[in-house]
Design a protein around this ligand. Sequence first.
Ligand SMILES: [Zn+2]
Length: 192
Amino acid sequence: MTLKRLLCVTFAALAAVPVAAFALVKPLRVVAPTLVPGILCIKDTLCTDDAANFDAARTLYREGYAMARNAVGPFRDTPRVVFCSTTACAQAFGIGGQAAQTVGDFGVIVAPRGWKPFYLAHELIHYRQAEVLGNLAVATRPRWLIEGMAYSLSGDPRHPLTEPFEQWRAQFDAWHASIGAQNIWAAARNVR
Ligand SMILES: [Zn+2]
């Protein structure tokens, strides 16, 4: 194999990795939503599958963002959110029956039933967790910390939540009260 050929094969293999991930791990499509047929982005961080819904999406983004920011501090980057108004769109991003899903600090996908400020705030709290603690930590730290924080600080109106979420929220609330004036992220870093 010539060097040139070797380089061509290597580059082809490297290029194939993100393409394969994009095709197989559907939520990762939030990284480049406009590659999904029918998705329009009014700006890099605000996308939807129906241009008629841009105003509603923008309002929802502002409300959810303000709630999350007030709860867990300012974001480092502006989170990208894809608002799906159809199930087909949610399926294209592979989020199943969920109301919404956050993909680390890559972005957030909102399904039709997730168009509510507290749902968006919940997901943006996960986004902030990924920014501060890292994507690995969001996947591996105790669920009462990661999910409990999102359910509690998003002001989720459901009381009680279905288990185990109610228990996780209660455990987070007890921990949150116990840290007093300590910074929430400094304290969260010590939770294993
Ligand atoms: Zn969650």
